[in-house]
Structure formats: structure tokens, C-alpha cells
Design a protein around this ligand. Sequence first.
Ligand SMILES: [Zn+2]
Length: 262
Amino acid sequence: MHLRPLPALIAGGLAAAITLGAPLSTPGSAAPAATPTATSDQASIRSAVAEVRTIGTTVRGRQIRAYRLGEANATRTVVLIGVMHGSERAPGLTLRRLRDTAKTVTGVDLWVIPVLNPDGAATGRRANARGVDLNRNFPHRWSRSVSGAGRKAASERETKAIMRFLDRVDPDVVVSLHQPFAAIDTSQNKRRGLVRALSRELQLPRRDIDCGGPCRGTLTGWFNATHAGEAVTVEFGPRPTKNYLRRTAVRGLVAAVGGRLR
Ligand SMILES: [Zn+2]
């Protein structure tokens, strides 16, 4: 495992734009109500997973897990994150499908976190168990006046867990997957190639997604302002088909970040 030193602060002036709208009124297929034990979880995974890492534990005792696929010595490291909002379940389905595929991912060192907010997923709610919207809790343009932002920046276990993980792995690319706006967010535009590739491969248009005003305390805003790599928000539609989630999105995500599924 290549643990890199903490990255220097860069691009502090980058805008925080991004994600998330209202919770889905009609949640799709169920996400796991609780994460299984490490033993049973690992037993269900086929050979494509090279490593399982517990990156944190919620206040309800659920573990947040990252799964490493792909080639550990690849030059490009990628992290895909789903279900930061418990009501947005479609990305979790795609990332679990990718995790469980028997195919081999080549060309990238790929980490998949299917469910960042397992307590929210268990109840189908956007926020975590403490009522905090994790994508308003990151320490970049955080504001207590934003609904659900938490009592202070990075107050939540899930926020701290993913920050710690991203600091250590220091990926070149982070894709934060949400619903339901059916678009690739262009409001940050750190580099254009990735946004274009995501748009092409996931068959979603590119456009600016705001937060009903400037975005504050978001994961992608924080990552883009503090790391050399690039974070992009992807919004699936409100009701993507199972075929889209299990095939198009799985293959499309891997292709868009420079990998291949064999
Ligand atoms: Zn979301």
C-alpha cells in the first residue's frame, strides 16, 4: 500500500460547488440495512477485491468499508464513493456490483466505498444518525447556517473517516455519486477531461449543479481545495433502470477513470 504524505494545500480559491438536492421521495432498491461482519462480507466477495479496509465506524456501530480493486501499482489512484446520503441508493447498487464482479479491473488502483453513510442507508434518510447532512459537514466553506451542517466542520464520524482515508490514499480522482439530478457536475472544472469522460461513459449531460446557493461544506469542494487530485460529483437520475446501474454505470465508471474491466 502506498501511503503518501499529506498533500499540501493547493488551489484554495477553487469554488466549492456541487451536489445534492432534496431527498428522493421514492427510494429505489434497498441498500443493506446494516453492514455484515467482516468475515461474512469478505466471504461473499470474489477474487477481484484485493483488500478490505474499515475506514471508520458510525455512532450506531456500523462499519464503513473501502474495497480495493484494480492494480495496486497503477500510476492512477481512484476512489468511488456512494450513499453519502442514505436516501440515494442507486449508486450503492452500482458500486456493490462493481465490487462483487468477478472481472478484473486493470489500469487503475481503484478503491470503492459503496456506502459512506450506512446509518442513513439503514433508515432511508439523507442525513446520518445524528441528523447531519454529511455533504455539508466538510471543512471547506462550512457554515453553521446551512441546514444539517452539523455543530462544527468535520464533526461527524463519517466525515472524519473519509477525510482520513482520502488524505492517506491521496487519490488522483474522486467520484462522489449521488441522485437524482441526472448530470455530471461542471461547477468546479478542475480539469475538463474527467468530466467529459464521465458524461460520455455514463450517458449523462454536463452541467453546473448548485446547492440552492453556493455549496458549503461539501466533500468535493474540500478535496479539490486541499489535494492535488480532482473530485467530481455525479448525479444519477431519480429512477435509473437496473440494467443501467448494473451494466452501463459499472463499465462506464471504470472506463471514465481510465481503467478496464476484463
Ligand atoms: Zn446526495
